[in-house]
Ligand binder design. Structure first.
Ligand SMILES: CC(C)(COP(=O)(O)OP(=O)(O)OC[C@H]1O[C@@H](n2cnc3c(N)ncnc32)[C@H](O)[C@@H]1OP(=O)(O)O)[C@@H](O)C(=O)NCCC(=O)NCCS
Length: 163
């Protein structure tokens, strides 16, 4: 069965929660079922907002969520802009182009929102994700030095020529 990449539905949110919990809260895996549920509830809250500028795309393999990414319109210092977050691919599935496909798909889906740029933050130390973003057409527009927290980069990608 081939990999399927599609817009997520409400019923997918528990699988998304499991993947985000494993990816971003690995220290919490000793109480994984509870953490998975908490993260899934957080994702569900975004589905429930009836926000026309919210998108979640998933990669599915045999019914299992192996990749996910979300975009919403967020108010930042630069104004209201589309903002990408929670890009994650299951550790067993990394390095096979799934992250790249998720990015391509979600960027194509938000072109009709008619914003000039898509933004995201990435930790300055996260070289693997940066490589993926730069190869996918993102550019660094700001380096953010933060008190007692790791430095991060603000990246953006033009949506006028998304591919
Ligand atoms: C970042 C992430 C989403 C990439 O997903 P992926 O499916 O592995 O991405 P791709 O297979 O499309 O690979 C993208 C690039 O990263 C490189 N890459 C992927 N895994 C790598 C690894 N373990 N070590 C070194 N490079 C790696 C690939 O080689 C590829 O670059 P290349 O084709 O030019 O060589 C995934 O590593 C992940 O979930 N990381 C943890 C969560 C995270 O950091 N999210 C981003 C937050 S801003």
């Amino acid at each position: 069965m081939p990999l399927c990449i599609r817009r997520a539905q409400y019923l997918d949110t528990y699988g998304i929660g499991q993947l985000l919990s494993l990816t971003f809260y690995p220290w919490a895996q000793w109480f994984a079922p509870l953490m998975d549920l908490l993260v899934a509830l957080d994702v569900q809250s975004r589905f429930n907002e009836a926000n026309s500028h919210y998108l979640c795309v998933i990669a599915l393999w045999q019914g299992q969520v192996v990749g996910t990414v979300e975009i919403t319109v967020r108010t930042m210092a630069i104004g209201r802009v589309p903002y990408l977050f929670n890009l994650a691919v299951h550790p067993r599935w990394r390095g096979q182009g799934i992250g790249t496909k998720l990015l391509q798909t979600c960027v194509e889906m938000i072109v009709p929102w008619h914003f000039p740029y898509l933004y995201l933050h990435v930790l300055a130390s996260n070289k693997i994700a940066q490589k993926l973003y730069y190869r996918s057409g993102f550019e660094c527009c700001q380096v953010e030095k933060r008190w007692l927290r790791p430095d991060r980069l603000l990246l953006r990608k033009s949506l006028y020529c998304p591919l």
